[in-house]
Design a protein around this ligand. Structure first.
Ligand SMILES: C[S@@+](CC[C@H](N)C(=O)[O-])C[C@H]1O[C@@H](n2cnc3c(N)ncnc32)[C@H](O)[C@@H]1O
Ligand code: SF4
Length: 451
């Protein structure tokens, strides 16, 4: 049987499994964990350990049809300005809750479109966060940037506040693909944005691309990759298009007949990956690429790559504090997600409470499985010795899953007493193999396809 047929029989094109940016995944969170658990967990943080902070800005001026992010359209700045006021109130609540002396090692602004904020609001928000959780001397501040929704003054304000890494939304440069996803973004505008970023001293750039978009073919994607290489990013994320119109209603505008079918989609991913590796990028995990000198590549090389809500990271802070609507905090006791709808989030904060609405308290078994899944997603390898060292005899509870994986995935994996390893040919199955360790498969949740 041809390799692709073998991958197909193992579910490559049919399996619907999570991307495991957390374990358990957000659909498993329960309403039993809310604001009071959030307050307790925040108060119990060790001030000697710097934290990471994520800030969600759920507004965009345009709503791209393909996008599955939590955001809403606005043509005016008034809801945005009022939302910044709510974030300031959330920060004031945090100030009363957090232990004295806590520092921030990383901050990431995501969305939505953080660059919808004018310079005055950029300064206001950054200052409000720093006043409550001052940054460490070597902190990293990254921002998701829509090149069509930013100008030099905004970039300059972000740089003044310490932004040292920018993530550019690109997706695809082909006009026909852009039209089909409701997102027009000329290359010249994107290049001008990169020039402004470099002129403001931001040398560390990530580009987000998506494969599997309507009308995308090898020639179009190839041209997009060439243009991206011209921009000189040091990281690239190449996400598989998640077509989930039952969750992201605006995807109903996507013409399904124009979506590349399974095999074509697989070839698109392979083609772009081959271009990036030929250009000197290291392949990182299932969907990232990085220049060898970049922190992500070094973390992958040394076995310190981690998985978080943005995808892959070299961030070693165990604690992530999420601010804003729908943000998820990862705290030593478990996960807490703020109310997802912006109106519900605002209502809670304005009523003087933290906005935690759902979450999950981690058991010992969850911690073990979370680490096992993270190892698979980051390293294509489960280090049984490291798990035994960290979890003692409890690590043996994965043995039945390991035996099942070895039996099901045959020579796509190798298993011995030290490790489970996914061989190169089996890497497209990574999400499916990771899901074999998932003890919390939620009822009635449909994920995007695994490849
Ligand atoms: C918050 S968005 C982008 C930031 C900014 N608003 C922009 O448009 O440039 C983050 C990234 O998620 C990815 N993304 C959004 N919807 C997706 C989908 N349905 N499937 C795969 N990736 C998606 C895109 O690559 C996007 O750049
Ligand atoms: S891709 Fe960016 S600009 Fe477009 S809807 Fe999503 S978050 Fe908004």
């Amino acid at each position: 049987m041809k390799q692709l047929d073998r991958l197909r029989t193992l579910g490559l094109f049919d399996a619907r499994v999570p991307r495991y940016t957390s374990y358990p995944t957000a659909p498993v969170f329960s309403a039993e964990v809310g604001a009071s658990a959030q307050a307790q967990a925040l108060a119990a943080l060790d001030p000697a350990e710097p934290v990471s902070v994520y800030l969600h800005i759920p507004f965009c001026e345009r709503l791209c049809w393909f996008c599955a992010c939590r955001t809403q359209g606005t043509k005016t700045l008034s809801p945005v300005e009022s939302y910044i006021g709510t974030l300031e109130k959330e920060l004031a609540l945090l100030a009363r809750t957090l232990p004295e002396g806590l520092r921030m090692g990383r901050m990431h602004w995501g969305g939505g479109t953080p660059t919808i904020l004018p310079p005055s609001l950029i300064h206001r928000l950054a200052q409000a966060v720093k006043a409550v959780i001052p940054p460490t001397g070597d902190w990293e501040f990254s921002v998701e940037i829509d090149p069509t929704m930013v100008d030099r003054a905004k970039i300059s304000a972000l740089a003044e506040e310490g932004m040292n890494r920018a993530s550019l939304g690109i997706q695809d440069f082909d006009p026909k693909v852009q039209e089909a996803i409701g997102r027009l973004q000329p290359f010249d505008i994107t290049r001008a944005c990169v020039e402004d970023l470099r002129a403001e001293g931001i040398s560390s750039l990530n580009a987000d691309l998506v494969y599997g978009l309507p009308h995308q073919d090898i020639a179009r994607l190839d041209d997009t990759v060439s243009k991206v290489l011209e921009l000189g990013p040091d990281r690239v994320a190449l996400f598989g298009y998640a077509h989930v119109p039952w969750v992201a209603k605006r995807q109903a505008l996507i013409e399904e007949a124009a979506l590349p079918r399974e095999v074509a989609r697989h070839e698109l991913a392979n083609h772009a990956a081959a271009r990036f590796t030929a250009a000197g990028f290291a392949a990182i995990g299932i969907d990232h690429f990085a220049r060898p000198e970049d922190g992500l590549a070094r973390a992958a090389q040394s076995g310190h790559l981690r998985r978080n809500f943005q995808g892959y990271t070299d961030d070693t802070c165990p604690t992530l504090i999420g601010l804003g609507a729908s943000s998820i905090s990862r705290l030593p006791a478990g996960y807490v997600q703020n109310a997802a709808a912006t109106a519900a989030y605002i209502q809670r904060i304005e009523a003087g409470q933290l906005a935690g609405a759902r979450g999950h308290v981690m058991t010992g078994d969850d911690l073990l499985r979370a680490r096992a899944i993270e190892m698979i997603m980051c390293d294509f390898r489960l280090d049984r010795r490291a798990l035994r060292a960290a979890f003692g005899k409890g690590a043996a509870s994965l043995d039945p899953d390991l035996a099942r994986i070895a039996a099901r995935f045959g020579d796509f994996v190798t298993l011995d007493s030290d490790e489970l390893r996914i061989r190169d040919a089996g890497r497209p199955l990574t999400r499916i193999i990771a899901s074999a360790f998932d003890a919390h498969v939620p009822d009635g949740v449909r994920y995007s396809q695994a490849s």
